[in-house]
Structure formats: structure tokens, C-alpha cells
Design a protein around this ligand. Structure first.
Ligand code: ADP
Ligand code: ADP
Ligand code: ZN
Ligand code: ZN
Length: 845
């Protein structure tokens, strides 16, 4: 066991004591962590910080909490596995503010997450201006999600959905048998409806457009649901004869009009996929009754400060705070007479306005003033959502709680980070503990206590290198963090910026807060795009630039959120812009993001990079395999012939436990090997295929010494710092940073063709400064090979090392969206108006 904790310092009130932690790569560690302090967990990516902070400390707090509630309530919570740890003492209840990447979020808004909408509804209900004679509307009446509030025409959706002949039958030259009615269910359901139409005497073998209009209308729009005998497999003639003979039918079938089917599916299905399918056959238009405001007319008639609640919810929070301020201070003009007539209402208005203003000010301080209450959470970045939750905690007045946070500085400009640190300090002041996993040196410097995990990643990590006040880390030679934390002078040594080989010019760019922007990106160099959070960097780079370039190249852009509620996507964002020149230099577009490389344990690094294809061929080429006629497919755990049938190649099985969350256990037949015994008999250089998948990249690199193709792929993986990962590590167990580096490595091992455009959105998220150095080397390599790299970035170390900086701003939301400065880093560092300039200057020589 390793234990490096110094004697507890008297300045800390109490400690959380962890003994024998073994979650993931943790090496049976003991550690003591102070309460009521800002504790930062540091270490290279993959060293085990999250496994300690989230996988062990938070998971244990959660488990204890769940044990104290009823089994019924327990099932409602996100189920977490029991952590691998001997004992934890002194652990207060914990709240996790974790970044959710790619996980589908339920339908909620900024207003509901922060509970500000509830307060605003109360304000409108109790203190709004009502038209003469209109009775009071209760608070629920201001929510479109309640029967009391929803607009009666659109049921609170804000849009009405129409189903037309054109949408249901897109190609009228087809016959019904040829699936003219696209909106019918696929497979059996559609055949059933067709057979019913045959019984009813409709001709299903002439083109749709040749059917008489009244027949078409009946099929599509009838509300009748006749029940008739069905003879599947009979021709229309045979069916008519069978009907005449009164032959007993196969079954009785119920006909449903196509429109009725579509609307019913849309309204009732639980499956987002089915909903999306139904939506395809519907035209949506803004609801004429509520003009898209989703509320019933009586509710919209109530105003406050001259606005109805929907308009208020559409304003930036900053503006809402300004509007409410006079009411909170009791000096709003225009309310004097009314207040004199209803003094009790005046008091209520002031109270609620004060409360709202206090809460809003926290959000404004965290730099979120550009958001609106109505903004739906799936459209927020993970960092924005985390800060919203943080703000909500700040005014919830809890104390004695541990907040566990995951890289709260992600997505934050250095100036936003200062506000974040203030917020963390107020949570601490209120009597809470903060456990923060962080790479940002500005945050690490503010810690009361550091827990440095390492020395390297994966199996070479998982030990506590240091646990104590920050200054003491200076003595720990094995720490990578130390090198950056105590570096003298922050200047980054960068070669002089490269000269662009051309320019990609965009004009008329419109999206979110970008309004008719003209912008140019240099080609053949490494560009960083900077600006405060919400200034429009992602809208410009990850959205418009990527979409326009992809369109020119005829490439398709994968949807951001495949599983998002289709209703959220019903109204596409307003967009505009064109590429004026420069496309002749770009042959290919590559996005390297942090989304998972796969959603199931069936994909892993070896399959994703294509490495596994070569390995399987090697196994198939061994004499033993050839004798048994095993081909390369035999060595895939996704193919029936070679895999373990008991677990279908998963390696583990799910065990349902009464009253407890179900757990995964290793498959009792293959013991986690994923293959059947016959397949495992084949070996290559004394290892079977399962053992090869169990090798780390480093070990495999030695093992495949004689295989240049495989070794080349492994070399790149080592270069991006993933030597510690196992070839077969499931995609679901990889962090966002790991996924991103696998994607990058996959790109790098391709033959270098040049003329590709690489777009990355905050690639340093989750990366330790030492990993950032490795990433920079790779990006540099791409540029050297004749490519263009454009990166949205907050890490000034990276910005200082780039060739060109495009600074967007000056502020967030409608105060941003402009190009503030553009030029080599040294130039932008000196720029007077740029908010990035001063922070960048610190990193210039
Ligand atoms: P850090 O937070 O320091 O980046 P993690 O705690 O996420 O590191 O990961 C530590 C090690 O544990 C890494 O090798 C990682 O691949 C592995 N790991 C992470 N999550 C899982 C998991 N769910 N199952 C198995 N191994 C995991
Ligand atoms: P950055 O990447 O610089 O943080 P974004 O491009 O994400 O900024 O956002 C710029 C502005 O556009 C912000 O005001 C943000 O709230 C708004 N915005 C971003 N995405 C959406 C969206 N999907 N729907 C509505 N507004 C959005
Ligand atoms: Zn409506
Ligand atoms: Zn098995």
C-alpha cells in the first residue's frame, strides 16, 4: 500500500479517510482529504483522478444515501456500482456536478434547471398586470407543460403539425403494394393495412395517383376503423372469392387511417426514433393562436414590466435582471398608482423580484447572462450546464455537503474562470467541501489541498504521489503536475508563426449570435479561435464552417445529438453564409471531437482504428487456423462462429438482483474472454486472440515487432499518449479525451495527403498540461504535412503556440459575434480591445 499523507494540518477541521481504494486502476490506496476546503485532484489523463473523486468518493456517498431511502426511490436514481474500497470515514453527503458529454438530456430549459421559471410564474400570477375583469391565473397557468397553461390549439408545443397527402405519399407513381404510403409502419404493420384494403376492395396494384380522389382521401384521412376478415398471402382475386365463400379468415384486422396512425404514433410513442419517423410525415407551422408562445391566451394577457411571460423568458438573463431591478428596489416607475391601490400586491412583487434578482446575479457573475430562460438544455455546452447547476447550488443554501466537480473550467475563457473561482469560494465559505478534478493551473493554484495522482496513466498510474497543501508538491519529483505548477516564467517557446498558403473566406455568416459576419481563415497553418464563453466560437467553427465546407465537398456532417427529442429539432436554426474563396485548397474535412468512438462495449480502440483487422488476418494465417479453415471473421467477437455464445461475445452477463441495481458479472463460460474455446485454441506467437486484446498498446508494440503495419498504428497511439490503454478496452470505458486522441491517432496513421482541414473544438478538455504538450506535437505534425488545423481553444499555452489567432467577441451573446482581433499571437496579445489579449500576453516571451 502506498500512503504519502503528511500529518494532518491543524488548520483543517476534519478529514475524509479513504482506505484500500481499488476502483479501476487505483492501487489499493489510502489517502486523507480535508473537509471544508477546496481540494483539487491533479494528474495526467488516465492517472485515476476521476476514479478516486467520482468512482470512489462520490459513488460511496451516493450508495450510502441510496441505502437510507426506500427501494422504490432507489430505482428512480441513476444506478451506480458499489465502489471497490475497504473503508471511507468522515464522508459527508455529496452532490456531483459532472460534465455530461453526449448523454441525452431530458427536455428541460435554463428556467427549469435553475428553478427561476417557478419564481417568475409566481411573480406573474401574484403581481402581474391583468386586463380589467380577468380573474387571477394560478402559477401553473404560466407553464406550457400543464393542462392549465397549455395553449388549447397546439397543446403547449407552440407549433401545429399537419399531415397532408403529399407528406404521407411522397411518390404517387408507386402502387400501394410498392409502399406508396410511406407513412405506414414498416414490416408487418404495413402489410396488414394493405391486406385489409384488399379485403375492402381497393386496388393496391395501380399507381397511387390513378386512384380516385375520394378513395385516396378515405385511406388517408378516415376516422372510421372498420374490422374486416384478412387473408394474408392471397391475391386480390383469391381474397374476393374467399370473402364470397365466407371462408374463415386468418384473423380479423382493424383498419386505421394513415393520418390517424401518424398522429397517434407521434402523440403516444415512447421511442424517440418512432417519434422522429412520424415527424417526417408532418408539416409543422407556428401555432396561430399563441404565435409559438405555447400558453393559453388568458395567461399571455398577463404582463409584467410590459411583457408577457413568454417574451420575458426569451430575453437574455442580463436584460431580465435589469428589468426587474427597479421592482426589487421598490422604485419602478408606472407602478405607483397601482401599488397604492393594492399595497399587499406591491409587497409581493418586491419580494419575488428581490429573490429573482439575487439568483440572477449569481448567474450573471458566472458569465451566463447571455442565456435565456427558455433555452433548452440539450443545446447548451456541458460547461454551461455545469455552471447553471453550480449557480443553483450557490443559492440553495446547503451546507456540510461535498461538491464533486469535473473540470469546471472546461469551455471557460480565462476571464470566466476568475468568476468561477469566486463561486467556488462562496460555496466553501458557506461551509461546504469542494473536490475538484482539474487541469487548469489557475484553478490548481487556488487549492487549499492537492491530491496528485500518478505517476503515469492506466496501469502505470493509480498511486497517490502527493496529498497536502500545494507548496509541498514542489518536493515530489515523480509528479508531472509539479513541472508546470512551479515552472518559472510561463513563456512558451514557439518558433515564429508560419505564413498562410491561402485563405478560406466566408461571408454573410448567420447563426445564433453571428449576424452577417465576414471572416477569413488562413490555410496551411495552425489557427486558434478564442473568445469568452458564449461569444460565438462554436457557432462559427463547429457549426457554420464545418457545415459549409462539408457541403462544398459533398460530405455529410453527423448530427450532434442523434437521440435528442425530435421536437427540439422541429425548428432548424436560422442559418446563412457562403464560402467566397479558398475551397480549391481543401480536399477533405475532418472533425476530431470528444464524442465516444462507440456506444457499446462491442467497439473498442482496436476495432475503431482498424488495427484489429490486421490482427485477425494474422491469426487466420497461422497454420493451425488454416488447417481448420478459420477465416479472419472467426476472430471477431461480433461474429457468431467465433464468439462465446453464452455472452454473445460481450465477455460479461447482466445479473438481476432483487431490490438492488443489476450488476454485470464476468461470463461464467468464457470468463470474460469473449470467444469460444475452439477459437481460443489458435495462438499467434503463444498468445490467443483474447490475450492479444488484453495487451496494452505499449506491450503490443513490442509483441508485433515483426508486423510493420500493426506497429505503425501502435506507434501513433503511443505518440498521442495512449500507450497505457488495452487494445480491447471497451469504447464505453474511455474518457472523452481518450476518445479524441484515438480519433486523432486514426487520422495520423493514414497516409499523409495534405490539403485536409482539421477542426477541433476545445481538444485540451480533460488533458493535463503534459498531455497538452503531446497534443501540440501531433497538431504541428498535421500542419507540417500540408494540412490546415483550426481549433477552438481557451488554453493560452496552446493559443501562444499557434500561427494565427482569431478572437471572437467582445462579449457573449448579442454582445459578441464579431471578429475582435485576428493575427499572429504576438499581435493579438497586444490588442487593446481583445479580452484575450492580456491573458495571452502572459504566455508570450
Ligand atoms: P483520469 O480522471 O485521471 O483521467 P480515470 O480515473 O478516468 O483517469 O481513469 C483511470 C484509468 O481507469 C484509465 O486507465 C481508464 O482507462 C480506466 N477506466 C476509466 N473508466 C473505466 C471503467 N468504467 N472501467 C474500466 N476502466 C476504466
Ligand atoms: P462559444 O462557442 O463562444 O461559447 P456559442 O457559439 O456556443 O459560443 O454561442 C454563441 C451564442 O449563441 C450564445 O449567445 C449562445 O447562447 C447562442 N447559442 C448557441 N447555440 C444555440 C442554440 N442551439 N440555440 C440557441 N442559441 C444558441
Ligand atoms: Zn398554440
Ligand atoms: Zn462468454
Amino acid at each position: 500500500k502506498s500512503s504519502q499523507t503528511p500529518t494532518p494540518d491543524s488548520s483543517f477541521t476534519g478529514f475524509v479517510q479513504v482506505r484500500g481504494a481499488r476502483e479501476h486502476n487505483l492501487k489499493n490506496i489510502d489517502v486523507e482529504i480535508p473537509r471544508d476546503a477546496l481540494v483539487v485532484f491533479t494528474g495526467v489523463s488516465g492517472s485515476g483522478k476521476s476514479s478516486l473523486a467520482f468512482g470512489t468518493l462520490y459513488a460511496e456517498a451516493q450508495r450510502r444515501y441510496l441505502e437510507s431511502v426506500s427501494p422504490y426511490a432507489r430505482r428512480l436514481f441513476h444506478q451506480m456500482a458499489v465502489p471497490e474500497v475497504d473503508a471511507i470515514e468522515g464522508l459527508p453527503p455529496a452532490v456531483a456536478l459532472q460534465q455530461q458529454r453526449g448523454t441525452p438530456t431530458t427536455r428541460s430549459s435554463v428556467g427549469s434547471v435553475t428553478t427561476l421559471s417557478n419564481l417568475l410564474r409566481m411573480l406573474y400570477s401574484r403581481a402581474g398586470d391583468y386586463p380589467a375583469g380577468q380573474p387571477i391565473v394560478y402559477a401553473e397557468g404560466f407553464s406550457p407543460n400543464t393542462p392549465e397553461g397549455a395553449c388549447p390549439q397546439c397543446h403547449g408545443l407552440g407549433r401545429i403539425y399537419e399531415v397532408t397527402e403529399q407528406t404521407m405519399v411522397p411518390d404517387p407513381s408507386l402502387t400501394i403494394r410498392e409502399r406508396a404510403i410511406a407513412a405506414w409502419p414498416q414490416a408487418w404493420g404495413g402489410q396488414n393495412q394493405r391486406d385489409i384494403l384488399v379485403t375492402l376492395g381497393y386496388n393496391v396494384d395501380v399507381p397511387w395517383r390513378e386512384l380516385p380522389q375520394e378513395q385516396r382521401d378515405w385511406i388517408l384521412f378516415t376516422e372510421e376503423q372498420p374490422v374486416v376478415p384478412v387473408y394474408p398471402g392471397y391475391t386480390p382475386e383469391e381474397t374476393q372469392r374467399a370473402l364470397k365463400r365466407k371462408e374463415p379468415p386468418n384473423y380479423m384486422g382493424t383498419f386505421t387511417g394513415v393520418k390517424r396512425h401518424v398522429l397517434h404514433t407521434f402523440a403516444n410513442t415512447q421511442s424517440p426514433l418512432m417519434k422522429k419517423r412520424a415527424l417526417q410525415y408532418m408539416l409543422s407551422t407556428e401555432c396561430p393562436t399563441c404565435q409559438g408562445k405555447r400558453l393559453r391566451p388568458e395567461s399571455l394577457a398577463v404582463t409584467f414590466a410590459g411583457l408577457d411571460i413568454a417574451d420575458m423568458s426569451g430575453l437574455p438573463l442580463k436584460r431580465v435582471a435589469q428589468l426587474l431591478k427597479p421592482y426589487a428596489e421598490g422604485n419602478a416607475t408606472g407602478r405607483k398608482k397601482q401599488d397604492a391601490a393594492h399595497p399587499e400586491q406591491a409587497i409581493v412583487a418586491q419580494r419575488i423580484a428581490q429573490d429573482l434578482c439575487a439568483r440572477l446575479s449569481v448567474l450573471l457573475e458566472l458569465g451566463l447572462g447571455y442565456l435565456q430562460l427558455e433555452r433548452s438544455t440539450p443545446t447548451l455546452s456541458p460547461g454551461e450546464l455545469q455552471r447553471l447547476r453550480l449557480a443553483t447550488q450557490l443559492y440553495s443554501n446547503l451546507f456540510g455537503v461535498v461538491y464533486v466537480l469535473d473540470e469546471p473550467s472546461a469551455g471557460l475563457h480565462p476571464s470566466d474562470t476568475e468568476a468561477l473561482l469566486k463561486a467556488l469560494h462562496s460555496l466553501k465559505q458557506a461551509g461546504n467541501s469542494l473536490f475538484v478534478v482539474e487541469h487548469n493551473l489557475d484553478v490548481i493554484r487556488q487549492a487549499d489541498w492537492l491530491v496528485d495522482v500518478g505517476p503515469a496513466a492506466g496501469e502505470q498510474g493509480g498511486e497517490i504521489l502527493y496529498s497536502g497543501p500545494p507548496a509541498g508538491l514542489a518536493e515530489v519529483a515523480a509528479s508531472q503536475t509539479r513541472r508546470f505548477l512551479f515552472a518559472t516564467g510561463e513563456g512558451v517557446e514557439a518558433p515564429p508563426p508560419r505564413t498562410p498558403t491561402g485563405w478560406l473566406r466566408l461571408a454573410g455568416v448567420r447563426r445564433n449570435n453571428l449576424d452577417n459576419l465576414t471572416v477569413e481563415f488562413p490555410l496551411g497553418v495552425f489557427t486558434t479561435v478564442t473568445g469568452v464563453s458564449g461569444s460565438g466560437k462554436s457557432s462559427l467553427v463547429s457549426q457554420v464552417l464545418v457545415e459549409l465546407v462539408a457541403e462544398c465537398l459533398g460530405q455529410t456532417v453527423e448530427a450532434e445529438e442523434e437521440e435528442a427529442d425530435p421536437l427540439e429539432r422541429a425548428a432548424p436554426p436560422e442559418t446563412g453564409g457562403k464560402i467566397v474563396s479558398g475551397m480549391e485548397h481543401i480536399k477533405r474535412l475532418v472533425r476530431v471531437d470528444q464524442r465516444p468512438i462507440g456506444r457499446t462495449p462491442r467497439s473498442n480502440m482496436a476495432t475503431y482504428t482498424g488495427l484489429f483487422d490486421h490482427v485477425r488476418k494474422l491469426f487466420a494465417a497461422t497454420p493451425a487456423a488454416r488447417k481448420r479453415r478459420y477465416d479472419a471473421g472467426r476472430f471477431s467477437f461480433n461474429v457468431a462462429k467465433g464468439r462465446c455464445e453464452n455472452c454473445q461475445g460481450e465477455g460479461f452477463v447482466m445479473v438481476e438482483l432483487l431490490f438492488l441495481p443489476s450488476v454485470y458479472a464476468p461470463c461464467p463460460v468464457c470468463h470474460g474472454a469473449r470467444y469460444n474455446a475452439k477459437t481460443l485454441e489458435i495462438t499467434y506467437r503463444d498468445k490467443n486472440i483474447a490475450e492479444v486484446l488484453g495487451l496494452t498498446v505499449d506491450a503490443a508494440w513490442k509483441f508485433f515487432e515483426e508486423e510493420p503495419t500493426i506497429q505503425r498504428a501502435l506507434t501513433v497511439l503511443r505518440e498521442v499518449g495512449l500507450g497505457y490503454l488495452r487494445l480491447g478496452q471497451p469504447a464505453t470505458e474511455l474518457s472523452g479525451g481518450e476518445a479524441q486522441r484515438i480519433k486523432l491517432a486514426t487520422e495520423l496513421q493514414r497516409a499523409q495527403r495534405g490539403n485536409s482541414l482539421y477542426v477541433l473544438d476545445e481538444p485540451t478538455t480533460g488533458l493535463h498540461p503534459s498531455d497538452v504538450e503531446k497534443l501540440l506535437v501531433q497538431l504541428d505534425g498535421l500542419v507540417e504535412a500540408g494540412n490546415t488545423v483550426i481549433v477552438v481553444e481557451h488554453d493560452m499555452r496552446v493559443v501562444a503556440a499557434s500561427d494565427w489567432v482569431l478572437d471572437i467577441g467582445p462579449g457573449a451573446g448579442d454582445e459578441g459575434g464579431q471578429v475582435v482581433a485576428a493575427g499572429p499571437p504576438a499581435e493579438v496579445a497586444r490588442h487593446q480591445q481583445s479580452r484575450t489579449g492580456p491573458y495571452l500576453a502572459r504566455f508570450m516571451e
